[in-house]
Write a protein that binds this ligand. Structure first.
Ligand SMILES: *Cc1c(COP(=O)(O)O)cnc(C)c1O
Length: 463
């Protein structure tokens, strides 16, 4: 399988090169030259497979023979050995909806599913190529800890993650700073999340520096992350297809950067019988406005109870747009350029109608989120985290009565205990990985939000 850029200037590169490139060098995003397909018989066969075997079946189709089957199996096994549930992403049924629990990884959010695998793939490729990598990233919470856990203790990789000092939740901060492996550098910057993002941009913009220190990124534009997330759509389908008369299944996905739900779109294009992809957003609803009205215009970010979805510009959206424009790189490039100058795109009814063949959407505000957590708890004694609650509410309101809906549970409620407490008046029980986290040794450096200082810090500690 070969890869190409949405902007058309990078073509026919291998899976391995696509993973190492991250963002395409022409400014676009990498996608497979053809989306692989899977037959109905092959989908039927998945119901007898466990998660790791399913992952092997799906991922093989995207990597061709870039890895030997033995090596790929080993990478998958090791990546999911860190999960605390034997099914990796179990599906449970509560109150007529299916919940796909994606939070059994080391940092209790769905990002672990992709970043555990990506860390192992990086380590494998760096060893093979005799190269080193220094990962630099800025986080407002979830991504940083999942990235740190993805590469902690790995050979040939150092990771530097900036978070805004005092502005991430205590649990999120501790999940990062209690990782004391020598290749992990936590930087609390005196500034905001936006400062962190600006610094990352400036450092990566210095191409000599980037090359000299082999800088790498782990943000959600890496194709390997999308690929790892496609797996659980198939897994969920194969767990419940025997229980239902319906051939189609809907999925409801709490959405921020459009990575997770885009993986569902690819699964559908591969041949998985998905009815609708329900795009659930909080008040930061640019994507919801796009799906419902063809209006993709940036508004200011507001803080909500589901902070990992407090995003305006969705980094994976370009991939979807590319398919919506029938893989026409020139039109896509023109649209993206127009977007970057005006911060807004408007789509006509014809394109809109095509979007609605695959997607529907709901915005769930703070009040709706709290009510959903509280009513679901009253009915089922199951505690939803605020991100998951947004998806469950959208799933219940928008699904067809004849089609089962699977709601993606993207975080463990104990990660967002304050919001949960606000809804139900009690704290969710902590899973093993959080018990006593406050007492563990931690390591973190306080530093100014100043690009030259960060560069200096990185230069001294790089691989
Ligand atoms: C990152 C994240 C999301 C949003 O996922 P996208 O792929 O960015 O759309 C939703 N919920 C949680 C808990 C997250 O960490």
């Amino acid at each position: 399988m070969l890869y190409k850029s949405t902007r058309g200037k990078v073509n026919s590169i291998s899976f391995k090169d696509a993973v190492m490139m991250g963002l395409a060098t022409d400014g676009g995003l990498l996608v497979p030259e053809h989306i692989p397909t899977i037959s109905n018989n092959e989908i039927q066969a998945l119901s007898k497979m466990n998660y790791q075997q399913t992952a092997f079946e799906i991922i093989s189709r995207f990597i061709g023979d870039d890895f030997s089957p033995t090596d790929l199996r080993d990478l998958i096994e090791r990546s999911y050995a860190t999960f605390d549930h034997p099914e990796i992403t179990p599906v449970i049924k509560k109150d007529g909806v299916y919940i796909l629990e994606l939070f059994h990884g080391p940092t209790l959010a769905f990002k672990d599913v992709a970043l555990q695998l990506l860390g192992n793939i990086f380590e494998y490729l760096l060893a093979e190529r005799g190269e080193k990598m220094n990962i630099l990233g800025a986080t407002s919470g979830d991504t940083g800890s999942a990235a740190i856990y993805g590469v902690r203790g790995k050979d040939n990789i150092n990771i530097f993650i900036m978070h805004p000092h005092g502005k991430v939740s205590p649990i999120q901060e501790l999940q990062m700073t209690t990782v004391t492996d020598s290749n992990v550098f936590n930087l609390a910057i005196n500034g905001t999340f936006d400062d962190g993002q600006r610094i990352v941009k400036e450092v990566f913009g210095d191409l000599d520096f980037k090359k000299k220190y082999s800088l790498g990124a782990v943000n959600s534009i890496n194709w390997a992350r999308v690929m790892a997330q496609i797996v659980y759509y198939f897994y969920a389908y194969s767990r419940i297809s025997s229980e239902t008369e319906s051939e189609l299944i809907d999925f409801s996905v709490p959405t921020g950067n459009f990575g997770d739900i885009f993986a569902g779109y690819v699964a559908k294009r591969m041949g998985l019988p998905i009815g609708k992809l329900i795009l659930a957003t909080n008040e930061n609803n640019i994507l919801s406005r796009f799906v419902l009205n063809g209006d993709y215009s940036v508004a200011t970010v507001v803080e909500t109870l589901s902070p990992s979805m407090d995003i305006q510009i969705a980094s994976n959206f370009e991939r979807y747009l590319y398919y919506l424009l029938d893989e026409d790189s020139d039109s896509l490039t023109a649209l993206m350029e127009s977007f970057s100058s005006s911060n807004s795109l408007q789509f006509d009814q014809q394109l809109q109608a095509r979007v609605n063949q695959d997607f529907t959407s709901l915005t769930v505000d703070t009040k709706g989120t709290l009510e959903q957590i509280s009513s679901f708890y009253a009915d089922t004694e199951y505690i939803l985290d605020p991100h998951t609650a947004v998806g469950v509410k959208a799933g219940i309101e928008l699904s067809d009565p004849d089609i089962p809906v699977v709601c993606l549970a993207t975080a463990h409620p104990a990660k967002f205990a304050e919001a949960v407490n606000q809804a139900i008046g009690t704290n969710p029980e902590r899973p093993q990985s959080l018990i006593g986290i406050e007492q563990r040794p931690h390591r973190c450096e306080l530093i100014d939000a100043d690009t030259p200082q960060i560069k200096e810090y990185l230069a001294q500690r790089s691989r």
